[in-house]
Design a protein around this ligand. Structure first.
Ligand code: THU
Length: 144
């Protein structure tokens, strides 16, 4: 398992939520109509955000969290510390299963997810118990 992120980091959840709402306005969602925004605090202190980008070939749709991870990696921002995903209304949206796995690779089980105003954030470990990770690949690598 990847190491837990440091928990003492202060997270400005309202700011993350606002950033998620803001970027959701730029979503390309002509098919579902669901505009999703994802914002994150990274361990280099940067705040990043991304929105969903749909496609006429529906299965090619990119979730907001995928764009978020792409921005994280391309910008060299390190690891994800805290993430808020909204549908532009300030209320958290549960990341889909695929995105939970994508987030796990870049935030680990200790990644904090927004649970909404006045609620304790939840860890990614709680949302994706028993996750498959790189350790599993190493443990199961066939011997040559
Ligand atoms: N969507 C996301 O962006 N993130 C999720 O975690 C769930 C779903 C988007 C994909 C699609 O554009 C729309 O929401 C409806 O599924």
């Amino acid at each position: 398992m990847a190491p837990e992120v440091r928990r003492e980091t202060t997270v400005d959840w309202p700011a993350l939520r606002r950033a998620a709402d803001e970027v959701a306005t730029r979503a390309h969602a002509p098919y579902s109509g669901l505009r999703v925004g994802a914002a994150a605090l990274c361990d280099d202190g940067a705040q990043i955000a991304a929105c969903n980008v749909e496609n006429a070939s529906f299965g090619l749709t990119l979730c907001a969290e995928c764009g978020l991870v792409s921005t994280l990696v391309a910008g060299g921002h390190g690891r994800l510390v805290a993430v808020s995903v909204t549908a532009g209304d300030g209320a958290p949206l549960a990341p889909c299963g695929r995105c939970r796995q994508v987030l796990m690779e870049h935030g680990g089980p200790g990644l904090l997810l927004d649970a909404g105003e006045g609620r304790e954030p939840v860890t990614l470990a709680a949302m994706l118990p028993g996750a498959f990770d790189a350790d599993e690949l190493v443990a199961r690598r066939p011997s040559t």
